[in-house]
Design a binder for this molecule. Sequence first.
Ligand code: 76R
Length: 277
Amino acid sequence: MTPETLPATALPAVPLTVEGASTLHQMMRFRRAAWRALDAGAQARILAEATAALGAMEKPADGRQSAVYSLLGHKGDLMLLHFRRSFEELNQAQIAVARLELSDYLEPTTSYVSMIELGLYESTSKVYGALFEKGIVPHSDEWKQEIEATMARSRAAMAPRLWPEIPASKYLCFYPMDRKRGEVKNWYQETMADRKRMMEEHGLIGRRYAGEVRQIITGSIGFDDWEWGVDLFAEDPLVFKKLIYEMRFDEVSAVYALFGSFFVGLRVPAAGLASVL
Ligand code: 76R
């Protein structure tokens, strides 16, 4: 007998995942008319406070960092991206921004709450297979301990990808997405083996863009309106179009992907905030 011959319900259908930084994307509209009505002294005071606060937050500190982007289009003027060690710290970051006087001139247009997630389709089947070989009963205490031990090793090995600095790239492209749960095509009813194969193919396409683009996948099932957030970082925005277009033909996107709104912005160092307000 192999794990595949076990009853479908014997093993979890969900792939093992490891999680890292808690992340918040905040899209904001700048109230330009109200800002313009301020005298130069008030503008300077507000800018000085925001520059100092955001300047401190943009320094990477052990999995904690924030960054400001100037957005293109009508979906917002600024996007703040926060990576933190926990939701509690994320909450503090949101409150710290809200307390800035500059926030009186910023109106949230939308936001996104998620956690950096690495989906481990490859190791899931290996771990389940190895535990099966050892005769360890799925969902038993021993089985859970073995899996947790493996995940702890994965979290340690993958720490740089789970707690990354925000890539310094000039451009960011962010969008949320789902895997389809339609009547005919439903990702969540595909077998583990099929999903693993499709994710492998996805990864192969993605790796062809290594060096040109950095991708950070955040999981948001249970946290926000979509299932994943995709952050792509590059020096050349055209790479976003090329990569995403190519992936549209990949099975996992062509058949199973649903997309939310796309946000594209340019990184603004806190010291340069005045130049975009
Ligand atoms: O192989 C690996 O080491 C990592 C494999 C990998 C996973 C698990 C990977 C690689 N991704 C994974 C998960 Mn991805 N990714 C997207 C999009 O626009 C579209 O059509 C899709 C949006 C892009 C552009 C992209 C890029 N990826 C995911 C998930 C979670 C799904 C799940 O777990 O079921 C989603 C929603 C998703 C979507 N992906 C890569 C890339 C790139 C560039 C890579 C290679 C990066 C690298 O290896 O460094």
